[in-house]
Design a protein. Sequence first.
Length: 472
Amino acid sequence: MADPLWTSAEIARATGGTESGRFTATGVSIDTRSLEPGDLFVALAGVRDGHEFVAQALAKGAAGALVAQDVDGPAVKVADTLAALERLGVAARERADQARRGAVTGSVGKTSVTQAVMAGLMLAGRAHSSVKSYNNHIGVPLTLARMPAATERAVFEIGMNHADEIRPLTRMVRPHAALVTTVGPVHTENFPDGEEGVARAKAEVFAGLEPGGVAVLNADNRWFDLLKAEAEAAGAVVRTFGAGEGCDARLIDFQVAEASSGGGHAVVQARFHGKGLDFPILQTGLHWGLNSMAVLLMLEALDVDLGDSLAALGSFEPLAGRGAEALLAAPGGAFTLIDESYNANPVSMASAIASLGRRTVAGRRIVALTDMLELGAESPAFHGGLARDLEAASIDLVFCAGPLMKSLWDALPPTRRGGYAGSAAELAPQLAQAVEAGDVVMVKGSNGSKAGLVAQALLALGSPKDGRGEAR
């Protein structure tokens, strides 16, 4: 049985609520579909009112509910359940005052880097982190509220779509170290000043830093000076990663070494505080060279031994939809799928294309791309401009889906055109029919443009060994 997390009395005290039946919760949930027996169910307002699901949550084994109206069953009643969840998160932070906390934000790589940091924290002791991409005004307080009192280290992912969204979240977390992975043209349609507005929004993460906290910054990014100034104004100690001289964690080289199973790994050559460091990672995307530098600095700031940090990086596998690879059946043999379907923007798209261009392949390099969203008026130029990246990477065939990707399709030479469709669902069968043995196929696009449907269609072709779509 899971350890106790909150008693109803503690919940009432933290939230200013009123108990109706005593209970002890072992977790916190906002969704009956993923609720575990013993969870506290928080009835949030949404597309549907969470109070409609309280009876279902209790029937599934919830210990009690956090509610804003009278319900049948054990509960703590408050005026506003979201505000109460925020207060519960702050109470969790305050009772685990021994915990070193990190926060990760950035235009690209937040989730993967957060989970890689968590892998290192777990080797060092009792650790806690965000799950999935729980990085918004609900996900961050929920992650805090789930933090056990005995936690020694924790890392939180913090995201945004607009200005003034990160600031209140980082003030809840109060991190000892904050990382901005990079800044690029993401969500720019929500910022009148474009990418500079995005940079300033990311810099909000420093507003919550504990006194003397560490800011980990990408020295290669064009907004480094702005971020550094904001970090220092907040009293942060700045640590840098990048490819240039003078970086605390300097990337020297990144070499992909293919594995016969269809997966791959790479060897990172670096200098860490001036000392040479070579280590393997289970990633093939070029961006993982700099990501690994950022992870090392974050783990150092959270008091993790370098040996544990390297061990974590060496065993951290790509997340689903974020570079995970599979060896799949094709006529006469097998092809490799690189699943980057979870999300996309101009920065991550260019990096993924360049990474594919660096790979040694037996057959063809193929990409299937769906629309990149929230890019505003510059969207056609960003999509069409990918033609240059594809040419530079010697990509053999390009499949495109969506109205925005039509700009790329029109910019491609006929010899590089694999197929176009109005939607990901329509493109999937075209791609599945085209792949051949020896090909390496990368699927990438924004989550909202359903790139995952294309990846799922390829996975349905199955492994050449077991026919169930499971790469061995």
